[in-house]
Design a protein around this ligand. Sequence first.
Ligand code: GDP
Ligand code: CA
Length: 316
Amino acid sequence: MSSNGQVVLLAGGVGGARLAHGLQAHLGPGLTVIVNTADDVERHGLLVSPDHDTVMYTLAGIDNREWGWGLAGETFAAADMLGRYGEETWFRLGDRDLATHIVRTARLRRGDRPTVIARDLQRSLGVAATILPMSDAPVRTEVRTDDGWLAFQDYFVRLHQEPTVHEVRFQGIEDASATPEVEAAIQAAEAIVIAPSNPFVSIRPILDVAGVAAAVQGARARRVPVVAVSGIIGGAALKGPADRMLVSLGHEASALGVARQYVGLIDLFVLDRIDAALEAPIQALGMRTLVTDTIMAGDPGRARLAGEILQPALDR
Ligand code: GDP
Ligand code: CA
């Protein structure tokens, strides 16, 4: 790997966290994750930032591997009590997790910047990498279903991603801009990686923040490689609605369908061996390809995929 190994990862929640964890194993503090905040939500008067917290807990090594979400050793006494008070509990917050949202919300009320709060939370948990909210301004994803526009977590958690998504929009995106921290990280990057996260609701909001896509293009102009990893394997998402969204938004549920979302933005596309037949049509989009095993099983699987991505990205 070349010089100081500064790498930026654009990430949503679970898929983002897995690759972030693998990259952190190689890069330590050289990794900066720019995380989606458009699926943030207010519950019980507290600001919850699901993608940031999934990445933070995973990088701190305190995520719940058995469930695939939340914190290890989590309990739900507070959620049960909220239920007794008649509060809606479809967005079930664990006891330990609640502490994160309490600190975040108290500090926001005191006027601290979301980026500064996030960094302090990460430091308290001993995270080696830096996780930056995509913007300090609030952005909220909404999806249009047969029943009209829904707030993202209504669709995702309350309705279990069952409604068909016809359109996606990001409320507040016009007033959101890249923070100095996000701009500096992209400026310093020797490689930029797009996680196998949902292209429409995890990656697109990050790229739509004013200044982010331009900074990535600026990096490309300096010959910094930009790499994306397919979250669609054999035509299906490992978790979540990305495959169904591809179809309902007018695309193909395949690694090729994902690659098309990043035309003109990336140099290298990483796809699974099972999709090797798509290599030629993906290359025809004007990008190089890396075919490998993209399922990140356990710590070794995460570090292996991260290493395979870093090699062509950084050894130019
Ligand atoms: P969310 O914000 O928690 O919904 O998660 P993301 O948007 O970050 O990631 C969801 C995507 O990650 C799904 O489309 C999954 O297919 C993908 N994903 C999860 N684990 C893996 C993995 O091990 N390998 C690959 N290639 N994709 C994965
Ligand atoms: Ca998410």
